[in-house]
Design a protein around this ligand. Structure first.
Ligand code: XMP
Length: 517
């Protein structure tokens, strides 16, 4: 893989995506990982990401100079560029002068890294310090008003660096710079595709499962559907899919799984009614992390029961236990749950951080390294229908994390009605593709005064959270037309008992997350 070394902030995810867009497989590692461990992954190249620190700050992450003795091509970006300059004997000045946003850089020399980009180009900068002297053996390729050395390269050693952010779309020729590094600088073929992912994962799944039995937790969403389809391709009939109706689904969802997915794949499907069980477990609980943990645990207990039944029901039962559980965990879930990159635990995604310690299954997670758009591409290539592949994300813990407060049947019904109105109006307005997802949230612990019909009401607000995103790691609130918002508001307050107010969430991520809990 190409390793993207994460120096903090949000940049590493974006770089990893752009590298994959160039058809080169990438993985993110924390900057705290020792070089020896990075080298064990046999990296084809290393990208040092940007980060929020100044190289001179106390405790700022450094680059271990031994990285540059391993014979691996390196690209330093922004903070990574400065850390690289410092480690190799260049000079970084703490100017205190900031360059932020769209900036002009001028090329000073023909080079590998900037080949095919214009002599004057607009790039995205975000830095206070600047490299003043390039390390010995390096050519200076570009300059800007705030950065005397804005890019450098040492072709012989395959070391490259840029002060700006080529991964950001505002850097017009950013992708050219990245591909120059990957294809020419590091000599990588750029032949990684979703087809490779399928072959590789199918082989890996076969090796892991052998002739054992496996169950797959289907949620109704894209991820678990694609994971199941991959496992089915790998081991066919050894797979039974289990769909748990936990009573936290939106209206019509259970039926969709039973019809669409089974029709598309022909998998064996077992539906478990666990409404009572989840309701009981969630009674009296309003803390978000506690809800997630409870739901993660109950899911597993239900799967354990289902696994026993699968064995009992098997026609020619060989009495062999189900040892494997498939989950549709994605790369952002792993990253955000604090796994993989050493970043903070933002929330325990139920299928990563919410699992019980005494799990009786080995997990099969064929999508663990993929971003959502890659999962969709794999699904399409596996022949899953549009309706499944393009479905908007919906969290495993379902409506439970969209009721701020305790989860009760009555509140679930209220939220389901409001959610159905929002979904049908957004679909009718043709916004399903533009909107990444639109959580509808019931503020059950908040009451608002209203006047409805002839009298005062004391009800609850509903929050609309339409967001646009590329991969859910970052998001912006979608500018939904006002007339449409008005219609949704009128319908909800008229049609849904107990709701007398509709509000719009206008927060990006960060600082908000997409879900409210
Ligand atoms: P946040 O709220 O972290 O959400 O910005 C990012 C994306 O992940 C979904 N999400 C989850 N999905 N289990 C899931 O399967 C979870 O526990 C979970 N929490 C959030 C959320 O809907 C959004 O798409």
């Amino acid at each position: 893989p190409v390793l993207v070394v994460d120096f903090g902030a949000q940049y590493a995810q974006l770089i990893a995506r752009r590298v994959r867009e160039a058809n080169v497989y990438s993985e993110i590692v924390p900057s705290s990982m020792p070089i020896a461990e990075m080298l064990k992954k046999d990296p084809a190249a290393i990208v040092l990401s940007g980060g929020p620190s100044s190289v001179y700050e106390e405790g700022a992450p450094q680059v271990d100079p031994s990285l540059f003795e391993a014979g691996v091509p390196v690209l330093g970006i922004c903070y990574g560029f400065q850390a690289m300059a410092l480690a190799l004997g260049g000079e970084v000045a703490h100017t205190g002068l900031r360059e932020y946003g769209g900036t002009k850089v001028s090329t000073t020399e023909e080079s590998t890294l900037l080949h095919g980009t214009p002599a004057d180009q607009s790039v995205w900068m975000s830095h206070g310090d600047a490299v003043h002297t390039a390390p010995p053996g390096f050519d200076v390729l570009a300059e800007s008003s705030g950065a005397p050395v804005a890019a450098f390269e040492n072709k012989e050693k395959a070391f490259y660096g840029v002060q700006w952010h080529p991964e950001v779309k505002h850097s017009t020729f950013g992708q050219t710079v990245l591909t120059n590094f990957l294809y020419t600088g590091a000599g990588l073929p750029g032949d990684w595709t979703t087809g490779n992912v399928i072959d590789e994962q199918v082989a890996r799944i076969r090796a892991q499962i052998g002739d054992g039995k496996v169950i797959c937790a289907l949620s109704g969403g894209v991820d678990s559907a694609v994971a199941a389809a991959l496992v089915q391709r790998a081991v066919g009939d050894q797979l039974t899919c289990v769909f748990v109706d936990h009573g936290l689904l939106r209206s019509g969802e259970a039926e969709q799984v039973e019809q669409d997915f089974v029709a598309a794949t022909g998998v064996k499907l077992k539906v478990v009614d666990a409404v009572e069980r989840f309701q009981t477990a969630l009674t009296g609980v309003s803390d978000p992390e506690e809800k997630r943990k409870i739901i993660g645990r109950e899911f597993i207990r239900v799967f354990e029961d289902a696994a026993r039944e699968v064995v009992e029901e098997a026609h020619e039962s060989d009495g062999e236990d189900v040892k494997f559980l498939v989950q549709g965990t994605l790369y952002p879930d792993v990253v955000e749950s604090g796994g993989g990159t050493g970043t903070a635990n933002i929330k325990s995604h139920h299928n990563v951080g919410g699992l019980p310690d005494d799990l009786q299954f080995a997990l099969v997670e064929p999508l663990r390294t993929l971003f959502k758009d890659e999962v969709r591409a794999v699904g399409a290539q596996l022949g899953l229908p549009e309706e499944i592949v393009q479905r908007q994300p919906f969290p495993g813990p379902g409506l439970a994390i969209r009721i701020v407060g305790e989860v009760t049947r009555e509140r679930l019904d209220t939220l389901r009605q409001a959610d159905a109105i929002v979904r049908s109006e957004l679909t009718a307005a043709g916004l399903d593709r533009e909107i990444w997802q639109c959580p509808v949230v019931l503020l059950a612990d908040v009451r608002s005064v209203g006047v409805q019909g002839d009298g005062r009401t004391y009800g609850h607000p509903i929050v609309l959270r339409p967001v646009s995103s590329e991969d859910a790691m970052t998001a912006d609130w979608t500018r939904v037309p006002h007339e449409l918002l008005a219609r949704i508001s009128t319908r909800i307050t008229n049609e849904v008992d107990g709701v007398n107010r509709v509000v719009l969430d206008v927060t990006s991520k960060p600082p908000g997350t997409i879900e409210w809990e």
